[in-house]
Design a protein around this ligand. Structure first.
Ligand code: PXL
Length: 291
Protein backbone atom coordinates (compact mmCIF):
# COMPACT_ATOMS: atom_id res chain seq x y z
CA UNK A 1 0.00 0.00 0.00
CA UNK A 2 1.34 3.43 -0.83
CA UNK A 3 1.83 5.77 2.08
CA UNK A 4 -1.12 8.18 2.32
CA UNK A 5 -0.17 11.84 1.97
CA UNK A 6 -1.51 14.88 3.79
CA UNK A 7 -1.01 18.58 3.13
CA UNK A 8 -0.75 20.22 6.56
CA UNK A 9 -1.35 23.96 6.70
CA UNK A 10 -0.36 25.24 10.16
CA UNK A 11 2.18 27.58 11.76
CA UNK A 12 5.63 26.52 12.89
CA UNK A 13 6.23 27.67 16.46
CA UNK A 14 9.79 27.11 17.62
CA UNK A 15 9.10 26.60 21.33
CA UNK A 16 6.01 25.52 23.20
CA UNK A 17 4.77 22.45 21.32
CA UNK A 18 1.81 23.22 19.08
CA UNK A 19 0.79 23.08 15.42
CA UNK A 20 3.51 21.68 13.09
CA UNK A 21 5.77 20.48 15.93
CA UNK A 22 2.85 18.25 16.94
CA UNK A 23 1.14 17.65 13.58
CA UNK A 24 4.20 16.26 11.77
CA UNK A 25 5.42 13.75 14.38
CA UNK A 26 1.90 12.53 15.11
CA UNK A 27 0.88 11.98 11.50
CA UNK A 28 4.28 10.51 10.61
CA UNK A 29 4.15 7.92 13.38
CA UNK A 30 0.63 7.07 12.23
CA UNK A 31 2.07 6.15 8.85
CA UNK A 32 1.16 9.29 6.92
CA UNK A 33 3.45 11.38 4.75
CA UNK A 34 3.20 15.03 5.81
CA UNK A 35 3.70 17.88 3.36
CA UNK A 36 3.83 21.08 5.43
CA UNK A 37 2.69 24.51 4.25
CA UNK A 38 3.81 26.73 7.15
CA UNK A 39 1.45 29.70 7.58
CA UNK A 40 3.83 31.63 9.88
CA UNK A 41 7.04 31.13 11.81
CA UNK A 42 6.90 32.18 15.45
CA UNK A 43 9.56 31.94 18.12
CA UNK A 44 6.90 30.56 20.50
CA UNK A 45 3.15 30.06 20.40
CA UNK A 46 1.05 33.06 21.42
CA UNK A 47 -0.64 31.49 24.46
CA UNK A 48 0.96 32.94 27.57
CA UNK A 49 4.16 34.29 26.01
CA UNK A 50 4.86 37.95 25.28
CA UNK A 51 7.51 39.29 22.89
CA UNK A 52 7.25 36.37 20.47
CA UNK A 53 8.48 36.89 16.90
CA UNK A 54 6.01 36.41 14.03
CA UNK A 55 6.99 35.93 10.39
CA UNK A 56 3.93 35.96 8.14
CA UNK A 57 4.32 33.38 5.34
CA UNK A 58 1.34 34.52 3.23
CA UNK A 59 3.42 35.33 0.12
CA UNK A 60 5.27 32.03 0.32
CA UNK A 61 2.05 30.00 0.55
CA UNK A 62 0.80 31.12 -2.85
CA UNK A 63 4.17 30.44 -4.47
CA UNK A 64 4.52 27.00 -2.87
CA UNK A 65 0.95 26.06 -3.83
CA UNK A 66 1.61 27.10 -7.45
CA UNK A 67 4.72 24.90 -7.49
CA UNK A 68 2.81 21.91 -6.05
CA UNK A 69 0.12 22.47 -8.69
CA UNK A 70 2.75 22.35 -11.45
CA UNK A 71 3.87 18.98 -10.02
CA UNK A 72 0.30 17.65 -10.18
CA UNK A 73 0.35 16.64 -6.50
CA UNK A 74 -2.68 14.96 -4.93
CA UNK A 75 -3.44 14.49 -1.25
CA UNK A 76 -5.51 11.95 0.65
CA UNK A 77 -6.07 14.67 3.24
CA UNK A 78 -5.81 18.43 3.54
CA UNK A 79 -5.65 19.56 7.15
CA UNK A 80 -5.48 23.22 8.17
CA UNK A 81 -5.09 24.96 11.53
CA UNK A 82 -3.63 28.26 12.79
CA UNK A 83 -3.46 30.84 10.01
CA UNK A 84 -1.13 33.83 9.85
CA UNK A 85 -3.22 36.53 8.12
CA UNK A 86 -6.69 37.32 6.87
CA UNK A 87 -5.52 36.89 3.28
CA UNK A 88 -4.56 33.29 4.03
CA UNK A 89 -8.25 32.40 4.39
CA UNK A 90 -8.86 32.71 0.65
CA UNK A 91 -5.45 31.21 -0.17
CA UNK A 92 -6.25 28.10 1.88
CA UNK A 93 -9.78 27.96 0.40
CA UNK A 94 -8.25 28.04 -3.11
CA UNK A 95 -5.74 25.39 -2.04
CA UNK A 96 -8.56 23.09 -0.92
CA UNK A 97 -10.46 23.64 -4.15
CA UNK A 98 -7.35 23.07 -6.31
CA UNK A 99 -6.00 19.99 -4.55
CA UNK A 100 -9.13 18.22 -3.36
CA UNK A 101 -9.92 14.98 -5.18
CA UNK A 102 -13.14 12.95 -4.86
CA UNK A 103 -11.68 10.96 -1.93
CA UNK A 104 -9.71 13.72 -0.20
CA UNK A 105 -10.54 14.21 3.45
CA UNK A 106 -10.63 17.93 4.32
CA UNK A 107 -10.17 18.71 8.00
CA UNK A 108 -10.35 22.34 9.10
CA UNK A 109 -9.37 22.93 12.70
CA UNK A 110 -10.83 26.44 13.03
CA UNK A 111 -8.09 27.61 15.41
CA UNK A 112 -9.14 31.04 16.72
CA UNK A 113 -9.12 31.14 20.49
CA UNK A 114 -9.83 29.60 23.86
CA UNK A 115 -11.65 30.43 27.10
CA UNK A 116 -14.04 32.77 25.28
CA UNK A 117 -11.24 34.92 23.83
CA UNK A 118 -9.53 35.12 20.42
CA UNK A 119 -5.77 34.43 20.27
CA UNK A 120 -3.56 37.56 20.19
CA UNK A 121 -3.01 37.51 16.40
CA UNK A 122 -6.64 36.80 15.43
CA UNK A 123 -8.78 39.75 14.30
CA UNK A 124 -12.61 39.67 14.09
CA UNK A 125 -12.28 39.65 10.27
CA UNK A 126 -10.04 36.56 10.47
CA UNK A 127 -12.56 34.83 12.71
CA UNK A 128 -15.38 35.59 10.25
CA UNK A 129 -13.17 34.29 7.42
CA UNK A 130 -12.39 31.12 9.35
CA UNK A 131 -16.12 30.32 9.49
CA UNK A 132 -16.27 30.62 5.67
CA UNK A 133 -13.19 28.40 5.29
CA UNK A 134 -14.70 25.80 7.62
CA UNK A 135 -17.67 25.50 5.24
CA UNK A 136 -15.35 23.64 2.84
CA UNK A 137 -14.46 20.99 5.41
CA UNK A 138 -15.61 17.40 5.73
CA UNK A 139 -14.69 17.54 9.41
CA UNK A 140 -14.20 20.46 11.80
CA UNK A 141 -12.67 20.30 15.29
CA UNK A 142 -13.63 23.50 17.18
CA UNK A 143 -13.36 23.98 20.92
CA UNK A 144 -16.28 25.69 22.66
CA UNK A 145 -14.86 29.18 22.09
CA UNK A 146 -14.40 28.49 18.39
CA UNK A 147 -17.90 26.99 18.24
CA UNK A 148 -19.27 30.32 19.52
CA UNK A 149 -17.24 32.24 16.93
CA UNK A 150 -18.35 29.92 14.09
CA UNK A 151 -21.99 30.35 15.03
CA UNK A 152 -21.61 34.11 15.63
CA UNK A 153 -22.88 33.66 19.19
CA UNK A 154 -21.72 35.09 22.49
CA UNK A 155 -19.59 32.53 24.38
CA UNK A 156 -21.42 32.93 27.70
CA UNK A 157 -24.82 32.73 25.97
CA UNK A 158 -23.68 29.61 24.10
CA UNK A 159 -22.85 27.94 27.41
CA UNK A 160 -26.02 29.33 28.98
CA UNK A 161 -23.90 31.06 31.63
CA UNK A 162 -22.11 27.73 32.37
CA UNK A 163 -25.26 25.59 32.70
CA UNK A 164 -24.75 24.01 29.27
CA UNK A 165 -21.07 23.23 29.90
CA UNK A 166 -21.63 19.66 31.11
CA UNK A 167 -25.10 19.12 29.71
CA UNK A 168 -25.07 16.22 27.27
CA UNK A 169 -28.16 17.21 25.30
CA UNK A 170 -27.00 20.86 25.00
CA UNK A 171 -23.58 19.71 23.74
CA UNK A 172 -25.21 17.23 21.37
CA UNK A 173 -27.41 20.00 19.98
CA UNK A 174 -24.42 22.30 19.63
CA UNK A 175 -22.44 19.70 17.65
CA UNK A 176 -25.44 19.21 15.39
CA UNK A 177 -25.87 22.97 14.94
CA UNK A 178 -22.24 23.15 13.79
CA UNK A 179 -22.81 20.47 11.14
CA UNK A 180 -24.28 22.86 8.52
CA UNK A 181 -27.53 20.96 8.23
CA UNK A 182 -25.84 17.57 8.84
CA UNK A 183 -23.52 18.00 5.85
CA UNK A 184 -20.19 18.13 7.70
CA UNK A 185 -18.85 16.15 10.64
CA UNK A 186 -17.96 17.87 13.87
CA UNK A 187 -15.71 16.88 16.76
CA UNK A 188 -16.39 19.50 19.40
CA UNK A 189 -13.50 19.49 21.89
CA UNK A 190 -13.51 20.44 25.57
CA UNK A 191 -16.98 18.94 25.77
CA UNK A 192 -17.08 17.40 29.23
CA UNK A 193 -20.11 15.58 30.59
CA UNK A 194 -18.96 16.18 34.17
CA UNK A 195 -16.57 18.57 35.93
CA UNK A 196 -12.98 17.25 36.00
CA UNK A 197 -13.45 15.20 32.86
CA UNK A 198 -13.18 16.16 29.25
CA UNK A 199 -13.74 14.69 25.86
CA UNK A 200 -15.41 15.44 22.57
CA UNK A 201 -18.96 15.57 21.32
CA UNK A 202 -18.99 14.18 17.81
CA UNK A 203 -21.58 14.67 15.12
CA UNK A 204 -20.94 12.21 12.29
CA UNK A 205 -22.41 13.40 8.99
CA UNK A 206 -22.10 9.83 7.64
CA UNK A 207 -24.42 8.35 10.26
CA UNK A 208 -26.39 11.51 11.13
CA UNK A 209 -25.78 10.81 14.83
CA UNK A 210 -24.17 12.78 17.65
CA UNK A 211 -22.16 10.75 20.17
CA UNK A 212 -20.05 11.70 23.16
CA UNK A 213 -16.52 10.45 23.70
CA UNK A 214 -15.35 10.86 27.28
CA UNK A 215 -12.48 9.83 29.46
CA UNK A 216 -11.12 10.49 32.89
CA UNK A 217 -9.03 13.61 32.50
CA UNK A 218 -6.60 15.66 34.48
CA UNK A 219 -8.41 18.95 34.91
CA UNK A 220 -5.49 21.22 34.06
CA UNK A 221 -5.49 23.69 31.21
CA UNK A 222 -2.68 22.34 29.02
CA UNK A 223 -1.51 24.13 25.92
CA UNK A 224 -1.49 22.48 22.48
CA UNK A 225 -4.01 19.74 23.23
CA UNK A 226 -6.36 20.97 20.46
CA UNK A 227 -3.65 20.42 17.84
CA UNK A 228 -2.88 16.96 19.24
CA UNK A 229 -6.58 16.09 19.17
CA UNK A 230 -7.11 17.21 15.56
CA UNK A 231 -3.88 15.53 14.39
CA UNK A 232 -4.64 12.13 15.93
CA UNK A 233 -8.23 12.41 14.67
CA UNK A 234 -7.05 13.18 11.13
CA UNK A 235 -4.53 10.32 11.17
CA UNK A 236 -7.10 7.85 12.46
CA UNK A 237 -9.73 8.94 9.91
CA UNK A 238 -7.13 8.52 7.16
CA UNK A 239 -6.49 5.00 8.46
CA UNK A 240 -10.19 4.20 8.09
CA UNK A 241 -11.55 4.73 11.61
CA UNK A 242 -15.04 6.09 12.17
CA UNK A 243 -15.32 9.59 13.63
CA UNK A 244 -16.15 8.19 17.06
CA UNK A 245 -13.24 5.72 17.01
CA UNK A 246 -10.88 8.46 15.83
CA UNK A 247 -12.07 10.86 18.55
CA UNK A 248 -11.73 8.13 21.19
CA UNK A 249 -8.15 7.47 20.11
CA UNK A 250 -7.37 11.20 20.25
CA UNK A 251 -8.95 11.66 23.68
CA UNK A 252 -7.14 8.60 25.10
CA UNK A 253 -3.80 9.79 23.75
CA UNK A 254 -4.28 13.29 25.19
CA UNK A 255 -5.26 11.77 28.50
CA UNK A 256 -2.04 9.71 28.65
CA UNK A 257 0.07 12.74 27.65
CA UNK A 258 -1.67 15.00 30.17
CA UNK A 259 -1.04 12.55 33.00
CA UNK A 260 2.67 12.46 32.09
CA UNK A 261 2.88 16.24 31.80
CA UNK A 262 1.17 16.95 35.11
CA UNK A 263 3.23 14.25 36.90
CA UNK A 264 6.39 16.05 35.82
CA UNK A 265 5.16 19.47 36.91
CA UNK A 266 6.08 21.01 33.56
CA UNK A 267 5.15 24.64 32.95
CA UNK A 268 1.88 25.08 31.08
CA UNK A 269 3.57 27.06 28.33
CA UNK A 270 5.84 24.14 27.40
CA UNK A 271 2.85 22.24 26.14
CA UNK A 272 2.09 18.58 26.45
CA UNK A 273 4.95 16.12 26.89
CA UNK A 274 3.76 13.83 24.11
CA UNK A 275 6.95 12.68 22.39
CA UNK A 276 7.75 9.66 24.61
CA UNK A 277 4.22 8.34 24.02
CA UNK A 278 4.18 8.59 20.22
CA UNK A 279 4.73 4.83 19.91
CA UNK A 280 1.14 4.32 21.08
CA UNK A 281 -0.04 5.73 17.76
CA UNK A 282 1.91 3.32 15.55
CA UNK A 283 -0.28 1.36 13.15
CA UNK A 284 -0.78 -2.03 14.81
CA UNK A 285 1.56 -4.51 13.25
CA UNK A 286 0.23 -7.89 12.20
CA UNK A 287 2.52 -10.88 12.66
CA UNK A 288 3.71 -12.33 9.35
CA UNK A 289 1.82 -15.50 8.33
CA UNK A 290 3.19 -18.66 9.95
CA UNK A 291 5.24 -16.99 12.71
O1 PXL B 1 -2.69 25.47 19.56
C1 PXL B 1 -3.21 26.52 18.84
C2 PXL B 1 -2.14 27.49 18.44
C3 PXL B 1 -1.44 27.27 17.28
N1 PXL B 1 -0.46 28.12 16.89
C4 PXL B 1 -0.14 29.19 17.63
C5 PXL B 1 -0.82 29.46 18.81
C6 PXL B 1 -1.84 28.60 19.23
C7 PXL B 1 -2.55 28.86 20.47
O2 PXL B 1 -2.22 29.70 21.25
O3 PXL B 1 -0.48 30.52 19.53
C8 PXL B 1 0.96 30.09 17.16
Amino acid sequence: MTTPRAAVIHDLSGFGRCSLTEVIPILSVMGIQCCPMPTAFLSTHTGGFTGFTFLDMTEELTKAAAHWKSLGLRFQAIYSGFLGSERQISIVADFIQDFRGPDTLVVVDPVMGDDGKAYQTYTPAMCAGMARLAELADVITPNLTEAAFLLGRNYQDLLDGGRALHDESALRQLAEELSLGKTRSVALTGAALAPGRTGAMCFDARTGRAEAVQTEFVAHPLHGTGDIFASVLTGALMRGSTLKEAAAMAVDFIHACAVRTVDQNLSLQEGVDFEPLLGRLLPSRRKPEGS
